[in-house]
Ligand binder design. Structure first.
Ligand SMILES: [Zn+2]
Length: 296
C-alpha cells in the first residue's frame, strides 16, 4: 500500500511535494482548491510550471490523488444546488486533469428529504454528464464510501453499486474506501476475520476491481453508529488488528491510502501527527515485523 496523507497546499499547490516528503509519505492527496468554497480562479501558468517541476523532482511520491470540495451535493433534488454542484465537480475534474492527477474522490451527497432512490438518480445524472463533457483520459472519478450521517448516500455498498451500474462511466468511475466511514456504516473491520468478511462483501456487491484508493482514519465512534469522527490510527474503535489486515493486503500493494486525521497545521512535518500515524501503520507491515524478528 502506498501510504500518505492529505497535504496542505498553503502557499501554493506545488508545496505539497516538499511537505509530503518531509512527513515521509509514499503518496499524497490534496484539495486543488479551497474545500469550503465553490469557485476558484484558474491555475496560473507559472503555478503549473512549479507544480510539474516539483512533481518531477519527487518521483518517489506516487500515485497522486485529489479530493473534491465538501460543498458539492450532486444528490440534491434542488435544481439550483444540483447544477452548482455539478459545475463545481466539473471544475474539480478539470483541475485534476490539468495537474495530471489520476483519481478525484468526491462525497456522493445527501438526498435531504427526497428519499434515497431520488438522490441516487441525481448522482447518476451528474456523473453521466460529467463523463460526457470530460476527456476520456481524465481522472477516474471515485465515489467515497460514506458514514451515513443524516441523509448522506453511499453508506451501503449497494448504493454505490447502483450508481456505478446505472452510469455509462465504466472504468472511468471508481470507489474510494474510507475505513472509518465503512465501519460506522456497519461493516466490521476490527479483526483479520471481519476485515476479510467486509472485503468479501465489497467484492460481492461492487467488485474489488472498482476500488482505486483508500483513506486511513480510525473511528471515534462504534460499529454501526453512523457518526463520522476521524481519529489517529490505533486510538479509535477499529484497532490495530484491522489496520494491520488492511496495510498487508497484497491486493492493494500499489493502491494509494491517505490519512485524514487531525494534524498540527500546514507544516505538520517530521515530528508531527501525520508522521506519527505513518510510523504506526508501517510498524504493522509484515515485512517490518519480519525484519524485527531477524534482528532478534
Ligand atoms: Zn472524503
Amino acid at each position: 500500500m502506498r501510504l500518505g496523507a492529505v497535504i496542505s497546499t498553503a502557499g501554493g499547490l506545488h508545496n505539497v511535494f516538499r511537505r509530503a516528503h518531509q512527513v515521509g509519505c509514499d503518496s499524497l492527496m490534496l484539495f486543488t482548491k479551497n474545500n469550503r468554497q465553490w469557485d476558484a480562479p484558474p491555475i496560473p501558468t507559472d503555478q503549473l510550471s512549479l507544480w510539474f517541476a516539483e512533481r518531477d523532482s519527487h518521483p518517489d511520491l506516487w500515485p497522486l490523488a485529489a479530493h473534491a470540495s465538501y460543498l458539492i451535493n450532486i444528490a440534491s433534488t434542488d435544481d439550483a444546488l444540483w447544477l452548482r454542484s455539478y459545475q463545481a465537480l466539473r471544475i474539480e475534474a478539470e483541475r485534476a486533469f490539468l495537474l495530471e492527477i489520476p483519481t478525484l474522490t468526491f462525497h456522493p451527497g445527501s438526498h435531504t428529504n427526497a428519499g434515497e432512490e431520488a438522490g441516487l438518480a441525481r448522482i447518476v445524472d451528474a456523473l453521466d454528464r460529467l463523463l460526457e463533457e470530460m476527456p476520456a483520459n481524465g481522472p477516474t472519478i471515485c465515489l467515497e464510501t460514506m458514514a451515513g450521517q443524516g441523509t448522506n448516500l453511499g453508506y451501503r455498498f449497494e448504493q454505490i453499486e447502483w450508481v456505478l451500474s446505472n452510469t455509462e462511466g465504466g472504468e472511468r468511475l471508481g470507489v474510494c474506501f474510507d475505513p472509518c466511514h465503512v465501519f460506522v456504516a456497519g461493516y466490521d473491520l476490527r479483526t483479520a476475520e471481519t476485515y476479510e468478511a467486509t472485503m468479501a462483501e465489497f467484492d460481492r456487491v461492487i467488485g474489488l476491481g472498482r476500488l482505486r484508493c483508500f483513506h486511513l482514519n480510525d473511528s471515534k465512534n462504534g460499529l454501526g453508529s453512523r457518526k463520522d469522527r476521524h481519529t489517529h490510527i490505533g486510538e479509535g474503535e477499529i484497532s490495530l488488528a484491522g489496520f494491520s489486515a488492511l496495510v498487508n493486503d497484497p491486493r492493494f500493494s500499489e493502491h494509494p491510502a491517505h490519512l485524514e486525521t487531525p494534524t498540527d497545521g500546514p507544516d505538520d512535518e517530521g515530528a508531527g501527527r501525520n508522521a506519527a500515524n505513518l510510523q504506526v501503520l508501517r510498524s504493522l507491515l509484515d515485512r517490518h515485523l519480519a525484519a524485527e524478528r531477524e534482528e532478534v
